[in-house]
Design a binder for this molecule. Structure first.
Ligand code: AMP
Length: 307
């Protein structure tokens, strides 16, 4: 069971109605790796950082058992930086800054020992970088999952459409699904997107849960109704890390197992939003995760008698 992840390892600065963070550890690959490491899955990251990236952040990843040999450090470069501000509903945000820095000329190199992963998670990044990682593998992984966002749809549409043809599962949020398909109805959007390449689509709806579409099957997983959502940054990536990690661990890619994987992703994401950045997910214990999986089970379990 192994999961290869490509994505950003970044600095974030976040403003929410509750306050403003310092410049903290962020990035899609960071959240994905931290989530999958909770499931004891051998996880390797491919990314790039600048000379300004502190060793303590790398140590955190190493402590969690994450293989960082695929993270390249460019000593005279600056780490990718993203800043965002959440609206009062915490479901929508404005991007205040996206400084690509070392990401601008990033040529990913997959370490030799990572050329045959069970599952590949192409985190939110330039689609050419995502494609390059896929092309470097010696065997096609059992499952290829891709995450993207409006930023790449706006700037690199053709490249995104090209890499999408080679992936099995796409994860995006509802706004992005509408942008990608030009359909308002998410059911119509899913139909159109499933013609673009992936056989499975996950639409993340923030506090309203996630939808899984595969052929004519649909499954819905709720998000945990939390009293306080402190910072939603990284929730989508944590979800993707839980989803891909669970599938890499169980090696079962059926629709039924993907339903379980979605519940793991949702449970893990429900922790990430409780504190700024990676603070909560990096201190999470296995017992806490298991308790929350139980809560998820009871959240949607009901008896009904039908004639
Ligand atoms: P999420 O809240 O799950 O959508 O992901 C938030 C993370 O995505 C942050 O930690 C950012 O560092 C990272 N991020 C923001 N914009 C981009 C971008 N254009 N490309 C790649 N990663 C990004």
């Amino acid at each position: 069971m192994s999961l290869l992840v490509v994505g950003t390892v970044a600095f974030d600065q976040i403003e929410t109605p509750f306050g403003k963070s310092d410049i903290i550890l962020g990035g899609a690959a960071t959240f994905i790796g931290l989530a999958s490491s909770m499931l004891d899955v051998k996880t390797g990251l491919v990314s790039v950082i600048g000379g300004d990236f502190p060793q303590e952040h790398l140590d955190l990843l190493i402590d969690k058992g994450i293989d960082i040999s695929g993270i390249e450090k460019i000593e005279n470069g600056k780490t990718f930086f993203w800043a965002g501000r959440y609206h009062n509903d915490m479901n929508s945000r404005d991007t205040l800054a996206t400084e690509l820095n070392v990401l601008e000329n990033f040529q990913p190199i997959v370490p030799e020992k990572w050329k045959k992963p069970e599952v590949l998670m192409l985190g939110n990044l330039h689609p050419l970088v995502q494609k390059s990682v896929l092309n470097q593998l010696e065997e096609r992984p059992k499952l290829v999952i891709l995450d993207t966002m409006n930023f790449w749809m706006d700037l690199t549409w053709d490249e995104l459409m090209d890499v999408l043809k080679d992936v099995d599962v796409l994860t995006i949020n509802d706004e992005e699904a509408r942008q990608m398909s030009k359909e308002y109805s998410l059911v119509k959007a899913a139909k159109k997107i499933l013609e673009m390449g992936p056989h499975t689509l996950i639409i993340k709806k923030g506090e309203h849960g996630a939808l899984l579409f595969h052929e004519n099957n649909v499954f819905f997983a709720p998000a945990l109704p939390l009293e306080d959502v402190f910072d939603p940054t990284g929730a989508g990536d944590t979800f993707a890390g839980g989803f891909s990690g669970f599938l890499a661990k169980t090696k079962n890619y059926s629709f039924d197992n993907m339903k379980r994987a979605i519940i793991y992703g949702s449970a893990l994401a429900s922790f990430t939003v409780e504190k700024f950045g990676t603070d909560r997910i990096s201190e999470l214990t296995e017992d806490e995760l298991n308790d929350r999986l139980d809560v998820f089970k009871s959240l949607t379990n009901f008896d009904i008698e039908l004639d």
